[in-house]
Design a protein around this ligand. Sequence first.
Ligand code: SF4
Length: 348
Amino acid sequence: MGAAIMASPAAATISGTKNTLSINTAALPEAEIPAPAKFTDPDWTAKGEQRAKVWLTRLETLWINTGTLCNIECKNCYILSSPKNDALVYISALEAARFLDEAEAALTREIGFTGGEPFLNPEFPDMLEDALSRGFEVLVLTNAMQPMQRPRPRERLLDLKDRFANKLTMRVSLDHHTRQLHDEERGEGSFGKALEGISWLSENGFRLAIAGRTSLYECEDAGREAYRALISDNGWDVDADDVKQLVLFPEMTSAEETPEITTACWDILDIRPSEMMCATSRMVVKRRGADAPVVVPCTLLPFDEAFEMGPTLAAAALADGGMFERGAVKLCHRHCSKFCVLGGGSCS
Ligand code: SF4
């Protein structure tokens, strides 16, 4: 990762790696002193304040990323899923099982599966069954389109629903409540196909949730009302007032300016580190070319290798140095600020 430069009138310290070195800026004209960069030094912000960190209080949810391949390509997909992107490859059922073993020992409540589109991974139904058989609550994030609607996945799903009905929740991404904006985001015809999938799940008695987005042009209340009408028109069994059944995410645009999060921010903003997703969850990803999966702090940081915590949950709990301190995560990414601390986002 890059190094941050904290300038003082006489000297600037370059830190962010194990090696620390000083450069004398007294000889430089003021305009030539390099501006400090944000989100680079794990411990210090560009202004020289101590960066906030978050400790794992309890592993409530273990996310398993099934791979980034997806049947569609959305404009604002935070994980850049597409029919071509296999930056995160399919995890196997055996690899997932090792993490389920650890999660069982940690008394984890919930396993979340996310992609890409999980139903593209040929071993996904097996890992889903494995998680349910061990007694976990399971949350599946899907677009409910063709991959889920094929006969074989449907058969497996119906069987699992009959055996574990109250443990399995299917959360379908429906980016907007209008066909026009949804199709603009996800591709022509995707709204209709998603509605088919949601209706099939609802008619067959699955526990159902919908994940939408509040577009840049509407507030959450207006969005919730419009989704409520869509849910009612289609007769889906979803409570639009329940924030877990109708989850509305803000648009994620990383390009915008966002402040760094310091230890003082918790009191200033009156929020607690324990409210962050990384206080209660971890995610497992398998990178293309890697021999084995690794653990990362949350669903929002799947690609940045600086945030790799180790090959097992046990190793992740002890991750130290760089972005971590004895298992705690240093909030050195703009998503930490924009989406979590200031945006109030969470995936479960
Ligand atoms: S993006 Fe959010 S959940 Fe992930 S490490 Fe940063 S604060 Fe924690």
